[in-house]
Design a protein around this ligand. Structure first.
Ligand code: MN
Length: 496
């Protein structure tokens, strides 16, 4: 069973009629063997189908039109087994609306030194057939990923798999509804943006709702529904002993469970898979949704606090990308620093809303006052995030374009317990180094809110940005700080 059962990828193998039916039968047989292999590989998260060999302009345009019309087709992989004159591909490629990956491979791994003859040479021509194919993409300036290497090479399969994950997230985004409860936090710039531009670019349908929509549904939540939510919490989380023995604190946990039930009903009725809240607009809700959105995020909903719909949609995209992978993905905020020379670190957290999918151990439900908002003490999950390699990503709206900024980081175990900090927390070292990464993040305009993931890779995000036609700026292990600083400066001057 594949990770994405409702998405498929088409493997279009190019050739031409010049070689005669015998050769084309061999091409077809090889394509079938490769397709079967992809379908059996754990590195390939969705089914690959082989719709036939492309040998003429008519074939090719028909294949792309069929792919465009198939809602299950999330992307197209092309490979030229033989030489396929690429003027034949122009119309098909110009009409293509699916993410495209050009696989530059060859059916045989090794040169058969003893038996190689001209028949073999004429059948196995990817080395030059794919160059002809690469040229026409470059000429048409098509956005595509090029993956090079033997088709059974684990690195090749992993790169195809990463692209497929990005493509499914991209397809999900085309139908994504983001429910924005209240506006964004007053006077904040980075969480603002043009919702029309975002829908054109990413497909995200962002619409505002009054928080009263949730409050109305809250009044009809039954005790039985709250009991069921409490049982779900008990199954996954611990309730802090001091909460369990405190009747008033337990009532606040139940109030949070009721908010979750109301939110669930609202999300189901609106079809939204991502949401935002804001502590500045909680009319009719007894608490800021904390535990409630933490549990919803764990189930795969995107979330952004303070009206941050761009991050909510990005969290959702990264939840889809990381489906079935270990590690977890969460809404996150860069909160405060540890500036010990040579051991600089970022402490990430939020008022409440960090996803338990990134927890190192079983999260604990606690109830504490919220220092802003003037509402009841909200119930929330408290935990330390796991250690390991992760990415922090942010989408920015510069008025005329969007930019995705990604930072690779190394999350580290907490060196000390923080008994007085009543929220979930993560600690990490940005790469390539603290000072360089943060200088570039600020020069790039990177936000304080991010989508933080141990499962999504920079490669998936770069692939996803390319599909959306958005700039992706990666600050990572391999980044040269002076080089990227100069690139940002050139770009600033160009934009002016
Ligand atoms: Mn925030």
């Amino acid at each position: 069973m594949k990770t994405y059962p409702s998405h498929k990828f088409w493997f279009i193998v190019g050739s031409q009629l010049l070689y005669g039916p015998g050769t084309l039968e061999q091409v077809s047989a090889h394509a079938r063997i490769m397709t079967d292999f992809f379908n059996q590989s754990d590195a390939i998260p969705a089914a690959v189908i082989q719709p036939g060999i492309a040998t003429s302009p008519e074939d090719i345009v028909a294949l792309f039109r069929k792919a465009n019309a198939d809602p299950e087709c999330a992307g197209i992989i092309t490979w030229m087994h033989t030489f396929s004159p690429s003027k034949m591909w122009i119309q098909g490629l110009m009409e293509n609306q699916r993410p495209l990956l050009h696989l530059h491979t060859q059916f045989n791994r090794d040169i058969p030194w003893d038996s190689i003859d001209m028949d073999f040479m004429n059948l196995n021509q990817s080395a030059h057939g794919d160059r002809e194919h690469g040229f026409i993409h470059a000429r048409l300036r098509t956005a595509r990923k090029v993956v090079v290497g033997y088709w059974q090479d684990p690195e090749v399969l992993a790169r195809i798999g990463a692209w497929m994950r990005a493509a499914v997230a991209f397809a999900d985004g085309k139908a994504l509804r983001v429910a924005r409860l209240g506006d964004n936090m007053r006077e904040v710039a980075v969480t603002e943006g043009n919702k029309v531009s975002a829908q054109i670019q990413f497909g995200w349908q962002v619409n505002g709702y009054g928080v009263s929509e949730v409050a109305q549904r809250l009044s009809s939540v039954t005790e039985k529904e709250i009991d069921a939510a409490m049982q779900a919490y008990e199954a996954r989380y611990d309730i802090a002993p001091e909460v369990r023995v405190n009747e008033s604190a337990m009532r606040k946990v139940r109030a949070q469970a009721a908010i979750e039930c109301a939110l669930r009903r609202f999300l189901a009725e609106t079809g939204a898979k991502a949401l935002t809240t804001t502590f500045e607009d909680l009319a009719g809700l007894p608490q800021l949704p904390g535990l409630a959105v933490q549990h919803l995020m764990e189930e795969g909903f995107g979330f952004g606090a303070e009206g941050d719909w761009k991050t909510a949609a990005l969290v959702r995209a990264m939840k889809v990308m990381s489906e079935g992978l270990l590690g977890g993905t969460s809404f996150m905020e860069d909160y405060t620093y540890h500036l010990e020379p040579g051991n600089e670190m970022v402490l990430g957290a939020h008022m409440l809303e960090v996803c338990p999918s990134i927890a190192a151990a079983r999260p604990r439900i606690e109830v504490h006052p919220l220092s802003i908002g003037g509402k009841d003490d909200p119930a929330r999950l408290v935990f330390d995030a796991r250690s390991g390699t992760a990415v922090a990503a942010t989408v920015l709206d510069f008025g005329d374009s969007f930019r995705l900024v990604v930072n690779e980081v190394e999350a580290v175990p907490l060196p000390h317990s923080m008994p007085k900090l009543p929220v979930a927390r993560a600690l990490w070292k940005p790469l390539p180094d603290f000072k360089g990464a943060l200088e570039l993040w600020l020069l790039a305009g990177g936000a304080h809110h991010t989508s933080f993931s141990y499962a999504v890779t920079a490669e998936m995000l770069e692939d996803w940005a390319r599909m959306a036609g958005t700039e992706c700026l990666l600050i990572g292990r391999q980044t040269s700080v002076p080089e990227l600083r100069r690139q940002l400066e050139r770009e600033r001057l160009y934009r002016r």
